[in-house]
Design a binder for this molecule. Structure first.
Ligand code: ATP
Ligand code: LTN
Length: 328
């Protein structure tokens, strides 16, 4: 069985973009692949997090993994910090990555370009820790949203370089980007991706949002004055985004959706989008409540930690032997 590895940062409440771009696909893949899905709680502190809020986000994130359908009997679910080898392999990979490569990472470059203050060393070396997460488990594939593609490409380069230097050690992984839903945009500004750090809150649908609020957010999503439900990302980005959400949840194609809403007002289309989103979230939220009550999260994380730790210890040991830092 081929292996997939992916993680989500608990930097806030998970949103529809995380679900459609990543989590929903993890659930689909868990039947045919060994899905290793972890919570990237080290990556999340590369930007300051309020410790109390972080606790809430962490617990919600684990519960949402399960509520969205990840099954601990099929997938391996764990906390990144429960497997100490990630940070150590991250450092080793740092030593095999060039500054020029890290300087080219758009996530870091964007922050520099926006003149964000107090950028940390953690942000800069974020991609090498991510490479460690992936290479540790010999992942064949890495299912992620569009924004993470560049990090997976760097992971490939670092793996190839390491293998050339020290002999075959790492499997070279491939990113898997969903055809629909890889970049869900903000409802209030369709030029920006839907993000946990959305300041206005209006553009982002959180998986645990009250459904009345979800409906409101969708009904007030920014559109245009063209009065046609047509998939045209450049000229009608707001409508294209709503169509993407609708397509991801119904499995319909863009031309089927165009036909379905031909000649109809945007209000009708938005109501239909809201209905499918609310149905999906109602299901997730009900499961979420049951999971929180049942208290199974500790058990799930322990099982995941045990499995992942064994693999990680073996891999780190092999790596350290190859580079000669262990006394044998
Ligand atoms: P933020 O939402 O704060 O910008 P992030 O997207 O950078 O956070 P994560 O929450 O760790 O980071 O992302 C988890 C997964 O969700 C990744 O695979 C990412 O590509 C995907 N993802 C995040 N936002 C979107 C989006 N708007 N559309 C599609 N996929 C997304
Ligand atoms: N960088 C990712 C989160 C992440 C990840 C990973 C994804 C950390 N490690 C390994 C896939 C594989 C993000 O910001 N979304």
């Amino acid at each position: 069985m081929k292996t997939m590895v992916s993680g989500i940062k608990p930097t806030g409440q998970l949103h529809l973009g995380n679900y459609l771009g990543a989590l929903k696909n993890f659930v689909t893949y868990q039947d045919d692949y060994h899905m290793i899905a972890f919570i990237a709680n080290l990556h999340c502190i590369t930007v300051y997090q309020d410790p109390k809020e972080l606790q809430t986000y962490l617990k919600d994130c684990i519960a949402l993994y399960l509520a969205c359908g990840l099954d601990p009997d099929k997938a391996t679910i764990f906390l990144q910090t429960d497997v100490l080898e990630h940070a150590q392999l991250g450092f080793i990979l740092n030593c095999n990555t060039y500054l020029g490569e890290l300087n080219r990472m758009t996530q870091y470059k964007d922050k520099v370009a926006k003149n964000e203050i107090n950028l940390t060393g953690g942000i800069y070396t974020y991609p090498t820790l991510m490479a460690a997460d992936i290479l540790m488990y010999d992942a064949d594939y890495v299912p992620v949203g569009d924004d993470q593609k560049q990090h997976v490409e760097l992971t490939r380069d670092v793996a190839i370089r390491f293998n050339n230097r020290y002999g075959e050690t790492f499997k070279v992984p491939e990113p898997i980007i969903p055809k629909t839903g890889a970049r869900i945009m903000s409802l209030s500004d369709p030029s920006k991706k839907m993000s946990k750090s959305d300041e206005s809150n209006k553009g982002c649908i959180y998986l645990l949002d009250d459904l009345k609020i979800v409906h409101k957010k969708i009904m007030s999503a920014v559109t245009d004055d063209k009065a046609q439900v047509k998939y045209d990302v450049h000229n009608q980005p707001g409508i294209a985004n709503l169509m993407t959400i609708y397509a991801s949840l119904t499995g319909k194609t863009m031309s089927e959706i165009e036909k379905e809403f031909e000649g109809q007002l945007y209000g009708n289309f938005k109501k239909a989008v809201s209905a499918v989103v609310c149905d999906e979230l109602a299901m997730i939220q009900e499961k979420y409540r049951n999971i929180v009550e049942s208290n199974i999260m500790d058990e799930v994380l322990l099982k995941g930690k045990q499995f992942a730790s064994k693999k990680a210890q073996e891999k780190l040991d092999l790596v350290q032997k190859k580079i000669g830092i262990e006394i044998r």
